[in-house]
Design a protein around this ligand. Structure first.
Ligand SMILES: [Mn+2]
Length: 572
């Protein structure tokens, strides 16, 4: 039976029931996630997309299960695709360090952070390439570096003989002292470069060394690890000229000094930032029209939460769901249509679901999803723990009104018996506990009651909803009928429904009342006996929304669509 594709390590698949969960939705999610784990499939976690209620709380407490985790929305967002362990660089780093990181991590763009880790801009391989490309028309620029002497010494792995004020960034011009002593010194006049801005690179040319110190250059670099006369060192100290020894030859030294340029002046401070919570669907438009290759995902405090490249956006999100107890997208967790549906285990009518990949889809016309899940345990020769057996019993009893609903089948009874022996729990006693676990009508506000176990159906573009509550007698309902009626009316408007109904089922007598608000033409077609005005109907022997009421309401809507009495205005 294990047809589902394996998930890679660390990935989570949520097993989740429908919105406004009932006991079966919660219990089947818990039991199916446990079955997956018992089979050795890792990472299956039970979830829910709605609030619990008194009945669910009673069941979970009885069988020691935590409430499944709450997922309000699985819509793919920037955070699902962004890279969050971003390689970044400090604002005061050198080009050499930036190039090192770019090469080591094979990346194109490096975010730059300030001392407080806030994002300020980025440097890219393109910008660095531009900086190091020789510009023969402006030789002066080719010799310019903006850096600290400490950075030069570090980049060269130089031997430091004397350094002054080495931590202040400054603009310097590099020159190799390869000319005759007679021409040396003229360069600063010709290019208007003051000696205090000059870096002279020279080998064992004692005369040039002396002269450089005399005119007061900023930094003298002796190449090739050559020894330096004590006299030169003393003179440099006396004149405040910094003096270091590079292990490289002159040409290499000049290059390395240039890479010691601070990235500060290369930082591109124009960037497109994104919020991690933004829906990917909304970001795609923004990204497609932007020339930027990468987008910075910033936290509220300005720190970098992640980076999203144009390539990342083409990937698909890793969110995977197993839907239990429903298959219609109108009833699924928000965003479900945009993520991977890995499997569906259900016992309801088929909606209009399409998937990109073939999936495991089990749909069996039995009374409860828990019946299907328990049967899967049995087929795999796996024994659920007593608590899990109890959880599945509760789902079956709740959905089939303890096997009294017309939706219940021989298989439900058979499976329930098997589970009862495993759990060591008496079916009748459990049913009593479940059905007396608090009246939904007494425990909630009218708005909550009409939304507590409510499902939206889409019939040829017509949306309608039916909520169901199970009560011991109709007394609580009659006490609230008026306010429930206006709550239903509010629901119709808020959710733009053709009509909305509340099915109140008396578990004792196995009869229901239906309160309906919405389109008058639809309500006029309902053939069940009226109890009050045109909005409360008596549905003797009707206890199943799914098997009895929905097919009836669906046929009413279809009838009106066929005979043209459905006004065009309602076809929103
Ligand atoms: Mn169910």
């Amino acid at each position: 039976m294990s047809v589902s594709p394996p998930t890679s390590a660390g990935e989570i698949t949520h097993v989740i029931g429908h919105k406004n969960p009932d006991a079966d939705a919660i219990c089947s999610a818990i039991a199916y996630a446990a079955l997956k784990n018992a089979r050795g499939d890792r990472g299956y976690v039970a979830a829910r997309c709605g609030n619990s209620n008194a009945r669910i709380d009673t069941i979970l407490a009885r069988f020691h299960q935590p409430l499944p985790i709450y997922l309000s929305d699985v819509t793919p967002r920037v955070r699902d695709l962004m890279v969050s362990n971003v390689i970044s660089i400090a604002q005061d780093a050198t080009c050499a360090e930036a190039l090192d990181l770019i090469e080591e991590h094979d990346i194109r763009i490096l975010p730059v952070l300030d001392a407080h880790h806030r994002f300020i801009g980025s440097v890219s391989i393109f910008q660095l390439g531009g900086f190091f490309t020789p510009k023969v028309r402006e030789p002066k620029l080719m010799r310019q570096v903006y850096t600290r002497l400490a950075d030069i010494a570090r980049a060269l792995k130089a031997k430091v003989l004397h350094l002054t004020d080495e931590n202040t960034p400054e603009e310097l011009y590099v020159r190799i002292g390869a000319m005759d002593i007679r021409s040396f010194g003229k360069f600063s006049d010709e290019e208007h470069i003051a000696p205090r801005q000059s870096v002279i690179i020279v080998g064992d040319r004692w005369d040039i060394q002396q002269r450089s110190i005399q005119i007061g250059v900023r930094l003298l670099v002796i190449t090739g690890d050559l020894p330096v006369d004590d006299e030169v060192v003393e003179l440099a100290r006396a004149r405040g000229v910094s003096l270091i020894v590079s292990p490289y030859d002159s040409a290499t030294t000049a290059w390395v000094i240039r890479t010691a340029t601070s990235i500060e002046r290369l930082i591109d401070r124009k960037f497109v930032s994104l919020d991690a919570d933004t829906r990917l669907a909304d970001v795609r438009k923004k990204v497609a029209s932007s020339p930027a290759q990468a987008f910075m995902v910033l936290a509220d405090d300005g720190t970098l939460a992640g980076i999203l490249t144009k390539t990342d956006i083409l990937k698909s999100v890793k969110t995977r769901l197993v839907l239990v107890d429903h298959n219609e997208m109108t009833q699924a967790v928000t965003g479900a249509a945009e993520v991977t549906i890995a499997e569906i285990i259900d016992h309801h009518r088929l909606g209009s679901l399409t998937t990109a990949q073939p999936i495991l889809f089990i749909n069996e016309p039995v009374g409860s999803t828990c019946t299907i899940v328990a049967d899967l345990y049995r087929r795999d020769n796996l024994t659920p723990t007593p608590d899990l057996a109890g959880i599945m019993m509760a789902g079956i009893i709740s959905d089939t009104l303890n096997l009294n609903s017309p939706t219940s089948t021989a298989k439900d009874g058979d499976v329930l018996g098997w589970l009862s022996s495993l759990a060591g729990v008496d079916q009748r006693a459990l049913a009593e506990m479940i059905f007396s676990s608090g009246s939904v009508i007494l425990a909630n506000t009218p708005d909550k009651i009409v939304r507590s176990d409510y499902k939206v159906y889409d019939e040829g573009g017509m949306r309608f909803a039916v909520a169901q509550v199970e009560e011991l007698g109709f007394g609580n309902f009659w006490g609230q009928a008026k306010v429930l009626s206006s709550a239903l009316e509010g629901l119709c408007t808020a959710e733009q429904l053709l009509f909305a109904g509340l099915l109140v089922t008396d578990i004792n007598t196995q009869n229901s009342l239906l309160l309906v608000k919405g389109d008058a033409d639809v309500i006029a077609r309902i053939t069940y006996p009226h109890v009050e005005k045109d909005e409360i109907f008596e549905l003797a022997g009707i206890v199943s929304r799914k098997k009895q009421l929905i097919p009836y309401l669906t046929s009413l809507v279809k009838e009106m669509q066929a005979d043209g009495t459905m006004p065009a205005a309602k076809r929103s």
